[in-house]
Design a protein around this ligand. Structure first.
Ligand SMILES: Nc1nc2c(ncn2[C@@H]2O[C@H](COP(=O)(O)OP(=O)(O)O)[C@@H](O)[C@H]2O)c(=O)[nH]1
Ligand SMILES: [Mg+2]
Length: 259
């Protein structure tokens, strides 16, 4: 049996976190050894709600972690990847805590052990077989264009730059190549570029994605420009991927287990 960690990043998800945890039924938990909710210093009641859920579901192997600082979404990935490796997990699944994705979309991947053949399986929102709810045509179109640009720069087909449902083998993460990647939402874009640079075997897998009561933190216009610059720099010289992309230095990505 593979030891699989489920990592749920949360930042101000008090309304959604219960719905996400309710997705963890017996069928899903057959494959998951442990769940960590990584609270990135939410300013709402996310932490209280998550802790109450844990108390009410003593048989569910869930821990609640609190980052020492607000590390951003990328920083929370670094916390979780570190946790997975320090605790001898073979794989880590990322599922965003704002209930936009469904972990059950990965059940076929888990049942067939498709994940074992590759370094990572990336949930894709813009692929044949994907389904989107509450996404405007404009937003979908923008994403498809960016997927295409990244495909051009990396010479690989790209169906999503960073959805909220992904699975990584810890073997691929071992040398911690990702540690100087951005701590914000651009973390995933670097992971895509890195897959070409380091030769990771990545596979996209179609998923469903919805937007109803979530607040997106992606500042579309300003991020779109930054991403283009990142891509251009990489295209000119792929070795830029080894640079430090962070605005502020963080030496340890640390978190305490609080429940
Ligand atoms: N925006 C943001 N999200 C964070 C942070 N830390 C963890 N997250 C989680 O990262 C996920 C993605 O963020 P979100 O703003 O929803 O991005 P989007 O879904 O791509 O529009 C959510 O589950 C957040 O709760 C953070 O510092 N900022
Ligand atoms: Mg979201």
């Amino acid at each position: 049996m593979d030891k699989i960690l489920l990592f749920i990043p949360v930042y101000n998800c008090e309304k959604q976190i219960v719905r996400v945890l309710d997705q963890l039924d017996d069928e899903v938990m057959k494959y998951i050894s442990e769940v960590i909710i990584v609270n990135n210093r939410s300013t709402d009641n996310t932490e209280m709600v998550a802790a109450a859920y844990i108390r009410q579901h003593p048989s569910l192997p869930v821990k609640l972690l609190r980052n020492h600082d607000n590390y951003g979404l990328g920083g929370s990935h670094k916390v979780a990847f570190g946790y997975a490796m320090n605790n001898d997990f073979d794989y880590v699944i990322v599922l965003h805590g704002d209930d936009q994705g469904r972990i059950s979309d990965f059940l076929p991947v888990l049942r067939s052990r498709y994940y074992k053949k590759h370094d990572c399986i990336l949930g894709a929102r813009f692929m044949r077989g994907s389904s989107l709810e509450g996404y405007s045509r404009f937003r979908t179109f923008g994403n498809v264009i960016y997927d295409f640009l990244f495909a051009f720069a990396t010479g690989r087909r790209i169906y999503d730059l960073g959805s909220g449902l992904n699975m990584y083998s810890t073997g691929m993460l071992k040398d911690r190549f990702y540690i100087q990647f951005p701590d914000n939402l651009m973390f995933n874009y670097c992971m895509i570029l890195a897959s070409e640079y380091y030769g990771h075997d990545i596979r996209f897998y179609p998923i469903s994605w919805r937007e109803d009561d979530q607040v997106s933190n992606v500042k579309m216009a300003s991020q779109a420009v930054k991403v283009l610059k990142m891509l251009k720099d990489y295209y000119m010289d792929p070795a830029v991927i080894t640079q430090d992309y962070r605005d502020t230095d963080v030496d340890g990505y640390a978190a305490d287990v609080i429940a």
